[in-house]
Design a binder for this molecule. Structure first.
Ligand code: SIN
Length: 324
């Protein structure tokens, strides 16, 4: 019997845990040639800001071993165009829309939250406080517990009560649990882990940085172990807080790994650039992984590796599925 893949995004029921990662599928339109967006757990949109934004100069993408650097700089059409064009399109397609927002002050985030709360059909808000591609590192709010909390407090206060608010955190911190606690205390209903890591590449032929913006966010399989570690640490500290896990997921097995660490949902990102149908495949493969492991429900797998580790610590044999 196929495994039951239903999960919960805060209090919202999702038919399955596979989401697009913000920034890797626009607002879903381009992806819809390859994937039925209504069949995904949700589409997480590219982070939207109040005003239209051109982003950083090119080149702004670079391949790295097992990964990719991006230095996009939050390019986007601005909230007015998003509300007029992109959100209605997602709704007519029957997709669940998790809208990612970004700003340069708590007030900007608050305004975005207000605008989205007045619009129909927003499933959840993902608050991107961790974009590495900003000129002022002081606006990477997710690097400081108080700054992160100040944004989340404003967003929660200005978001309709029935729309869950997820804070997207950066792995580029000493103690991600401290940031997670601070966001939850400020009203976040859940956490998205992890955004890209700040990286850089130099072209040895030209002897110059590859990216015009010099630095970029590293994504792809190279960062998956960091995502697993962050999810694990946060799940252990805040076991009741739902987590959207992301970071280098290419296969159903990769998604399963993040779920075993503690994620209730998994966003799929970088792989979409070379395999635009990846979300469907990963969903199928995840179902197979659960069945092979003898798990009937996805919810039984969330954080299961933590229980196994506890059992080992206590000297008991871990209760594992029936993988061969
Ligand atoms: C970008 O647009 O620069 C990427 C956004 C992000 O990594 O949060």
């Amino acid at each position: 019997m196929p495994a039951d893949l239903r999960t919960k995004l805060g209090h919202v029921d999702l038919p399955n845990p596979i989401l697009t990662a913000s920034g890797c599928a626009g607002a879903g339109r381009e992806l819809s040639r390859f994937t039925d967006v209504a069949k995904l757990g949700a589409v997480v949109t590219k982070s939207i800001m109040l005003a239209p934004r051109a982003g950083r100069p090119t080149p702004r993408m670079a391949e790295t071993p097992s990964g990719m650097l991006n230095s996009i700089g939050l390019q986007g059409p601005g909230i007015d165009a998003f509300l007029q064009r992109d959100l209605p399109w997602l709704l007519t397609r029957g997709a669940r829309a998790v809208v990612s927002i970004a700003g340069s002050s708590a007030g900007e985030y608050a305004e975005l939250a207000r605008r989205l709360s007045d619009a129909p059909g927003v499933t959840a808000i993902e608050v991107n406080i961790s974009c590495p591609n900003v000129e002022d590192r002081g606006t990477v709010f997710a690097c400081d517990p108080a700054a992160a909390a100040s944004v989340i407090e404003e967003v929660r206060a200005n978001t309709r009560y029935d729309i869950p608010v997820f804070a997207k955190l950066s792995p580029d911190v000493t103690d991600i649990v401290a940031i997670a606690r601070s966001c939850v205390a400020a009203g976040a209903d859940g956490l998205s882990l992890i955004n890209t890591l700040l990286g850089m590449a130099i072209d040895t032929a030209t002897m110059r940085p590859v990216l015009a913006g010099l630095t970029g966010g590293l994504s792809g399989p190279a960062i998956r172990p960091i995502a697993v570690r962050c999810i694990w640490q946060v799940k252990q500290a805040l076991p009741d807080v739902p987590i959207i896990g992301m970071g280098g997921v290419r296969t159903g097995r990769d998604a399963f790994e993040l779920i075993l660490a503690g994620a209730a949902m998994v966003s799929v990102g970088t792989v979409i650039f070379h395999d635009p149908g990846a979300c469907d495949r990963i969903l199928r493969e995840l179902g197979d992984e659960l069945a092979r492991s003898g798990l009937e429900r996805l919810t039984d797998a969330i954080g299961l590796a933590q229980q196994s580790a506890d059992a080992v610590r206590l000297g008991a044999r871990p209760r594992m599925g029936s993988r061969d």
